[in-house]
Design a protein around this ligand. Sequence first.
Ligand SMILES: Nc1ncnc2c1ncn2[C@@H]1O[C@H](COP(=O)(O)OP(=O)(O)OP(=O)(O)O)[C@@H](O)[C@H]1O
Ligand SMILES: [Mg+2]
Length: 270
Amino acid sequence: MFHELRRILAVILAAYRLNRIELTHENGRTYVLKSRRRGTTISVFLGNCFLRMTGEHVEVLSNEEWIKWERSVLETFYQRDDLHSFIEATPFISRIKTPVFPGVSLHDFLSNHESSLDERIDAVMWALISLLEMHQVELDWGRGVCRRFSHGDATARNVLVCRESRSAVWIDFDTRHFLERSEQERQAEDIRVLLFSSATKFINFEFRQFANAFSKVMIPQNVIKCLKTQLEVSKQQMTTFQLAQSPLSRKDATTLSTLLLDEINGRDLF
Ligand SMILES: Nc1ncnc2c1ncn2[C@@H]1O[C@H](COP(=O)(O)OP(=O)(O)OP(=O)(O)O)[C@@H](O)[C@H]1O
Ligand SMILES: [Mg+2]
């Protein structure tokens, strides 16, 4: 019952749009222009108060911090000839212009039931592999602090998958983990969020195949250990923020956590 109430609240909160996404054309090329909507300073503040009160270890970055972090991430991972990341930040405007990356969001890919179950599961694994690669890289978190990457909001909506190249590109870096959490905890949380948010697009009886595909991906032992702890918690209860990222029913959350834990415990046998 409480799960369902939290889920309704989560769906309402998740419907709030902080940013405006537009396409812009310059010199024959198309870019994505992402800007913060007016008056969002107060919603970011209130949102962060809610996240703190509910014990989350992430924050939605203020306009200024968002621009610095997004610049750091884009420069670290996507420094390519065709990437003219255009970043503007004033007290009134914060916006970022990036090239259109190929593919569609994993969320949209999974929503399209023309793809087979195998293809849809493969797409989640491309996103997972790309995330694990990013997790290996250290970058500037501001004030001279360098730490390994974690996304902070690694949902299926924030990764683009490309069927042709069988690969994925992560986007949307305006929510960030607190560094007080260990690297392994932050990275395990990213993996859990990707798996759970993707699972909302699968049917309960497809979860076993989904969990089985996950078991074949190499993940560092210390991250797996943290993931195991997090799955044991989510088997019991999911927070409102977690449900906003992945609005699973109580039954689906329990089944998925159990199957993923079984796969992880199976790994321990080898
Ligand atoms: N560089 C890009 N190339 C292609 N598509 C993009 C790009 N950036 C954003 N998009 C599209 O716009 C959508 C929203 O982008 P993003 O996640 O950065 O904004 P958002 O405000 O967090 O939106 P949401 O709340 O839907 O996640 C993405 O799911 C993707 O479909
Ligand atoms: Mg997003």
